[in-house]
Ligand binder design. Structure first.
Ligand code: SF4
Ligand code: SF4
Length: 89
C-alpha cells in the first residue's frame, strides 16, 4: 500500500440514496470539510445528487440537514488514508 504524506484521511463515510434525492443541495454547504459535491449526472427524477469525496469525518451534519433522509453515516474505528488519486487504499 502506497500513500502520499498529504493524502486525505477519512474518519467516516456515508451512503447516499441517490434516487430519493431531490437535488436541493442543502447538504453541500452543511458538510464541514466540504467533501460533498453535486453530481453532473442525474437520477431517475432528473435531479443531480451529492457525491462523496475523500475526507469525510462521519460528523453526521449531512444526515441532519437532508429533508429526504438520503444519508446513512458511519465512523471508522481507525482513520482511513487515501491514495493520492483519492481512492480508498
Ligand atoms: S440535502 Fe438530501 S435531498 Fe438535498 S441534495 Fe442533499 S441528499 Fe439530496
Ligand atoms: S458525515 Fe459530515 S463530513 Fe461526512 S459527508 Fe456528511 S457532513 Fe460531510
Amino acid at each position: 500500500m502506497t500513500t502520499e504524506p498529504n493524502a486525505p484521511t477519512s474518519r467516516g463515510t456515508v451512503t447516499i440514496e441517490i434516487e430519493r434525492c431531490k437535488g436541493c443541495a442543502l447538504c453541500i454547504p452543511a458538510c464541514p470539510p466540504a467533501v460533498l459535491r453535486m453530481s453532473e449526472a442525474h437520477n431517475g427524477i432528473g435531479m443531480p445528487y451529492p457525491e462523496l469525496l475523500p475526507g469525510c469525518t462521519g460528523c453526521g451534519a449531512c444526515l441532519l440537514v437532508c429533508p429526504d433522509f438520503c444519508f446513512e453515516v458511519w465512523q471508522y474505528d481507525a482513520p482511513l488514508r487515501h491514495a493520492e488519486a483519492g481512492a480508498p487504499s
